[in-house]
Design a protein around this ligand. Structure first.
Ligand code: FES
Ligand code: FES
Length: 157
């Protein structure tokens, strides 16, 4: 079955199995292995990407359902060689340890912040509860999202 979609600004067309998941399409067909797989039950969020700017667990979506859509993966988040502010904030605030959850966490957090420009700690925790981290205890992840929110507002608070 033919599918055609845009990933990180590039249009791709492939002939694939109709049941292929988007996460497998990204990793196996396009070689974009920054999007991780951490479970097989839609639980962990390691596979989070953006579809049309909204957060999506790419293991919950068939590749053919992304027909004609714009997908962004962690590889496409940096622009013109500059890290995305959320990537910077995770770096600054040590929001990762093993890093396995990190691509999905950053994608989820970036989409969350677009809808919640001034989130409370509680809102951040709630907003990211679909993304699991086995290492950090979440404290530094929350701090990273708070930092990214501060930077987004101009770094004044
Ligand atoms: S791999 Fe998609 S939620 Fe875990
Ligand atoms: S940093 Fe290891 S799972 Fe989150």
């Amino acid at each position: 079955m033919k599918v055609s979609l845009t990933v990180n600004g590039t249009r791709y067309q492939r002939d694939i199995e109709p049941r292929m998941l988007l996460v497998h399409f990204l990793r196996e067909e396009l070689g974009l292995t920054g999007t991780n797989i951490g479970c097989d039950t839609s639980q962990c969020g390691a596979c989070t990407v953006h579809m049309e700017g909204r957060s999506l667990k790419s293991c919950t979506c068939l590749a053919v359902q992304a027909e004609g859509r714009e997908i962004t993966t962690i590889e496409g988040l940096a622009q013109d060689g500059a890290l995305h502010p959320m990537q910077e904030a995770f770096w600054e605030k040590h929001g990762l340890q093993c890093g396995y959850c990190t691509p999905g966490m950053i994608m989820a957090a970036a989409a969350f912040l677009k809808d919640h420009p001034d989130p409370s700690e509680r809102e951040i925790r709630h907003g990211l509860e679909g993304n699991l981290c086995r290492c950090t205890g979440y404290q530094n992840i929350v701090a990273a999202v708070q930092e990214a929110a501060r930077q987004r507002k101009g770094g004044n608070s």
